[in-house]
Design a protein. Sequence first.
Length: 126
Amino acid sequence: MGTIASTARPAITKLQEDGYKVTTAENGRIGLDQMSEAQFDLIVSDLNMPVMDGWQFLESVRQGEQQRDIPAVALSSLDADDDLERAKNCGFNRYEVKFDRGHFLETVAELLGLQRSSQKPVAHNL
């Protein structure tokens, strides 16, 4: 089973409802600490967080030694082209703006290389 790391609170419930196991973190700094202690298969991160925002969080992940290639989804209410470009530059694989449940879960499954009908991976929220 895969594991998902996420810093996005609204996503936690949706992932859990769809059968994923989720681990949470209050901000990017705590998320980085958790990533140093466990392996994950996917990151789902809010961009606006206290202490360390999602931009800084993923830049730190991408610059690290471990788990630097883990797929990552940015969740945000920001919808300007500049925000999308910044997310790509930080290393996010996908950018979801005011996501709907179905599209978000399809993105998670696709990035984990799963089909919706197959066994659900474990999700962790950082």
